[in-house]
Write a protein that binds this ligand. Structure first.
Ligand code: HEM
Ligand code: HEM
Length: 230
């Protein structure tokens, strides 16, 4: 059957994905190694916050297949997919659950890190906004969620391998080149997500990183100078 080659993933979505892979891996490694690496752990985590905020904004103003409305799965779409009647482009309805789960768990991981406290030398930049009890609780969840996120990432990669080996459906090349093949000769061409949208999303993400690194928190007052005795 004739196949159509269509652009499915725009450059920002692909850059987002591969930067996220590198930074999440670096955050995992530096978090487990700890010690002096914890400062770098915090920096990687803040960069992840920026990437996630960028992707969320891009989910509204990015190009066709990057938009949440395009792939958020409703019951009708999931049923059609399970019956083998779904022939769209972009994330399929089951894949979309995994994508949303990955985004949610990574967001929780980075968000909880911002108020975490290792009770040695490093605290997240927003720790001053919560009580010690809340910080301790969220630090515990930060350490627990690492494992949930790890399992979901393994499932994510395993399902991509499964699709390739069993279903002969290759999801990786489109995430590298942007182009996918489809039987649907009426597939929507990619629209939207131009430079203005990109710059707006980058500015919002940069603002979020600034706020997450404590930019909005008043610095503590300098210690009072004691008057000299004479
Ligand atoms: C997606 C991003 C992140 C990932 C994957 C991640 C992962 C990890 C890992 C693997 C650990 C070690 C857990 C353990 O030893 O059991 C850890 C600990 C920690 N992380 Fe993160 N983290 C992220 C974001 C952040 C951010 C943004 C901050 C703060 C700026 C942060 C602050 C901390 C702190 C303070 C600890 C030490 C907790 C303790 O000693 O109990 N993390 N993180
Ligand atoms: C080497 C390991 C990885 C490979 C080969 C890989 C591959 C892929 C592929 C092929 C897609 C597109 C799936 C589709 O067509 O529906 C995708 C999407 C996605 N992956 Fe990965 N991935 C990897 C690691 C990760 C990691 C570590 C994360 C971080 C949590 C992650 C998060 C995501 C997200 C959020 C999407 C959705 C992209 C979007 O719509 O913006 N991936 N991945």
């Amino acid at each position: 059957m004739e196949k159509l080659r269509v652009k499915v993933w725009d450059v920002p979505t692909r850059l987002f994905h591969w930067s996220l892979v590198v930074l999440v891996a670096a955050a995992f490694a530096s978090g487990f190694v700890g010690g002096n690496w914890i400062e770098w752990h915090g920096r990687c985590g803040l960069a992840v916050v920026g990437l996630l905020v960028f992707r969320i904004v891009w989910g509204f103003i990015g190009s066709t297949y990057a938009r949440f409305v395009q792939f958020i799965p409703g019951p009708a779409r999931v049923l059609a997919y399970l019956r083998g009647q779904w022939h769209g482009l972009g994330h399929n309805p089951l894949g979309a659950f995994s994508v949303l789960g990955l985004l949610a768990l990574t967001l929780f991981q980075a968000g909880s890190g911002l108020v975490a406290d290792d009770n040695i030398s490093f605290t997240g930049p927003l720790k001053a906004l919560v009580s010690q009890d809340t910080s301790d609780g969220l630090t515990g969840l930060h350490r627990l969620n690492v494992w949930l996120l790890g399992v979901l990432i393994c499932l994510h990669v395993a399902s991509i391998v499964f699709y390739a080996l069993v279903k002969k459906h290759f999801l990786l090349p489109p995430m590298l080149t942007g182009m996918a093949e489809t039987d649907d000769l009426l597939a929507k061409p990619l629209r939207g997500g131009g430079w203005v949208a990109f710059i707006a999303a980058v500015l919002i993400a940069a603002g979020a990183v600034w706020a997450a690194s404590g930019g909005l928190i008043q610095p503590p007052p300098p210690p009072a100078q004691e008057a000299p005795a004479w």
